[in-house]
Design a protein around this ligand. Structure first.
Ligand SMILES: CC(C)(COP(=O)(O)OP(=O)(O)OC[C@H]1O[C@@H](n2cnc3c(N)ncnc32)[C@H](O)[C@@H]1OP(=O)(O)O)[C@@H](O)C(=O)NCCC(=O)NCCS
Length: 559
């Protein structure tokens, strides 16, 4: 039985078990993380597992995200330049959709290589052995084989360790697969099948559209998340609301092409409908779970941040406005008077009649503007610059949010997460951050490891719209070609990126890894140190910033 003290919906579990071991890691995350208590992380998981078997706890406590790594491609196209190239009115992509850049891959990268890269980066950053992973789940909608999962390709990374005892395969439903993989992995850790090891969740996609109005909403990337007990970011139990329906808003029936068939307007409407339904269910569950003193309604005020699956940033701002409209419709007359002055004329409207009501949209986007700036906008850093990554999108928002907050602002916060995958599958769930931000704590370590995101975004190469279009044409014409040897430039990839070496006549793919080379040896870059590192030591300079956080204390500057 667990009890929860409610402090404006921040939760403190009172029967928290004594931490099996307090983590104190050295702060530079590119090294193997060292503990001051002499235990390694496997020892800790074994202790927790033993406790469970002895019946001290019904399930492992505080199951959630222990660490996150992100990978995005080294190429991007500028959306302003794309507007000119596509001959659309100035501002359509940048203001109308809210996008500034779009990441994309050459034919050197596919879904397998993206996931190989991000998994290896996470394992390396964390100093883990592949033996410590007991479950690996992949969420993706980028399908290159109708039978063989991306997960099985990732097992190549485990080969040397001899660990083949790794559960999990791929989950697919448009952009929702990553969330399905996350829920499966958390459930595994909480289940009788758990063997005391970590789960690894991978979400990756290459989002490309045929020429036309959907193309500027593409993107690409991958996320890896380490899942286990005593996590700094916990999935709140019992607080999750799902909405699923059969809709043809976006689907990929042509397996010879990377491009989806998309009914853009229907997808926007379906997204809004799913959001309304999930929020309604989430609020009801929250109200039941936390019977507050005299407080009737769960509202956006009870969340410290609200993050969304982000096809394009403008939709997210409208979505926060939409949740504020939901709060308005559920508010009491007293609240209406106090908080929603001037909006009374919308009181009688029904949610389902307002998906494209511009007046309502504008009124509640305006009303929620301050809330958007504080609770949502910080999560859009990567989405604005990389675009829609599909399955990793929501988790890239989490990375952006953590990276852009001060560590002092993170303890104890509750973050709402809305996951949407066309077709459709959607869930609204919540994450609760730990209170501990002491030196060496997991949350501080995670926060620190994400501090180089802006630097990594800035170190990408801008490609002209014309070359971008040609690269997409090449991808399209060679997709599923066998045999095939890609022609994309290997030297343009970030250090440590896995890439497609070739596809043989039987469609079997082989991959190689771009090895990191210190700048000084490659083309005369010098390394100056930059990032905020508590113990600024191990800086190694690379011409591009590796996806693995490197502890730098000044910025990298070419000479
Ligand atoms: C989203 C999508 C439908 C938009 O395509 P579109 O129909 O050509 O775009 P619109 O003409 O509606 O323009 C988009 C917005 O830019 C605005 N806009 C257009 N030109 C503009 C300009 N020059 N300056 C500023 N804004 C401009 C439009 O008014 C519109 O704003 P609104 O959404 O507030 O009405 C399309 O990109 C798509 O299909 N994307 C893929 C599917 C998707 O992302 N779905 C989301 C849910 S999963």
């Amino acid at each position: 039985m667990k009890y929860c003290f409610v402090r404006s919906f921040r939760c403190t579990w009172v029967n928290r078990p004594p931490d099996a071991a307090v983590r104190t890691y050295s702060s530079c995350s590119s090294r193997k993380l060292e503990r001051s208590d002499g235990m390694d992380e496997s020892d800790e998981l074994r202790v927790i597992k033993m406790n469970n078997q002895n019946g001290h706890h019904g399930w492992p406590d505080k199951v959630g995200i222990i660490d996150i790594e992100i990978y995005f491609p080294s190429y991007y196209v500028d959306q302003e330049e794309l507007e000119v190239h596509d001959d659309v009115s100035k501002g359509k992509y940048t203001i109308g959709l809210g996008q500034s850049k779009m990441g994309f891959c050459s034919d050197r990268e596919d879904i397998n290589s993206l996931c190989l890269t991000v998994v290896e980066q996470l394992i390396r950053k964390r100093g883990l052995s592949f033996n410590q992973i007991g479950r690996l789940e992949v969420g993706t909608e980028t399908i290159i084989d109708k039978s063989k999962s991306v997960k099985t390709v990732l097992m190549e990374l485990f080969k040397e360790s001899g660990n083949h005892d790794v559960e999990g395969v791929d989950s697919t439903n448009a952009c929702y697969g990553g969330t399905a993989a996350l829920f499966n992995s958390v459930a595994w850790v909480e289940s009788s099948a758990w063997d005391g090891r970590y789960a690894l969740v991978v979400a990756g996609d290459i989002a490309v559209y045929a020429e036309g109005n959907a193309r500027p909403t593409g993107g690409a990337g991958a996320i890896a998340m380490l899942i286990g007990p005593n996590a700094p970011i916990v999935l709140e139990r019992g607080l999750r609301s799902t909405y699923m329906e059969h809709v043809y808003d976006f689907y990929k029936p042509n397996l010879m092409s990377e491009y989806p068939i998309v009914d853009g307007k229907l997808s926007v409407q379906s997204y809004a409908k799913a959001l309304d339904k999930c929020y309604d269910g989430f609020c009801k569950k929250a109200e039941k779970l936390y019977k507050t003193n005299g407080k009737k309604c769960f509202t956006l005020k009870d969340l410290d941040a609200m993050l969304f699956h982000t096809p394009y940033c403008k939709l997210v701002q409208k979505s926060l406005g939409r949740l504020s409209f939901n709060d308005f419709l559920r508010s009491s007359d007293l609240e209406l008077e106090e908080e929603y002055k001037g909006l009374e004329m919308f009181r009688k409207l029904k949610l389902e009649d307002t998906y494209f009501n511009k007046e309502v949209e504008k009124a509640f986007v305006d009303h929620s503007k301050a809330m958007f700036e504080k609770k949502t906008k910080p999560s859009l850093l990567i989405a604005k610059e990389v675009g829609n990554m599909y399955t990793p999108s929501l988790y890239a928002c989490l990375v952006s949010f953590i990276a852009s907050q001060k560590i002092e602002d993170l303890p104890g916060i509750r973050v709402g997460m809305f996951s949407y995958g066309s077709g459709l599958a959607a869930t609204l769930f919540s994450l609760h951050f730990s209170e501990d931000i002491s030196k060496g704590s997991s949350l501080r370590t995670l926060h620190l490891s994400l501090q180089n995101i802006k630097l990594r975004l800035a170190s990408r190469s801008k490609i002209s719209p014309k070359t971008f279009t040609n690269i997409l044409k090449l991808r399209d014409s060679t997709h599923h070609q066998a045999p095939y040897t890609p022609i994309g430039k290997i030297e343009d990839l970030f250090p440590n990126t896995w890439y497609l070496e070739q596809v043989d006549g039987k469609h079997r793919r082989t991959y190689l890894q771009m090895k990191e080379t210190p700048c000084i040896q490659r083309n005369g870059c010098i390394t100056k140190m930059s990032m905020n590192c508590e113990s600024p030591k191990i800086a190694e300079g690379f011409c591009k910033v590796s996806a693995t956080p490197i502890c730098l204390s000044e910025s990298i500057q070419p000479v």
